[in-house]
Design a protein around this ligand. Sequence first.
Ligand SMILES: [Zn+2]
Length: 61
Amino acid sequence: MKTRPGICQRKRRFATREAAEAVALAADVTLRAYKCALCKAFHLTSRTKGLRVPRPLEGEA
Ligand SMILES: [Zn+2]
């Protein structure tokens, strides 16, 4: 998933997935944490449709 620079700069940034998910859990809406390819930090998105959770490559040939 590519993240547009404009989105990245406007979103909140979290240093760790745990920090992002903690905020996501406290929110009223469903949020998902994802790692940003631009800033290497984590953002939250409310768009869960079509968003795939990045999986570790291990186990996948
Ligand atoms: Zn970012």
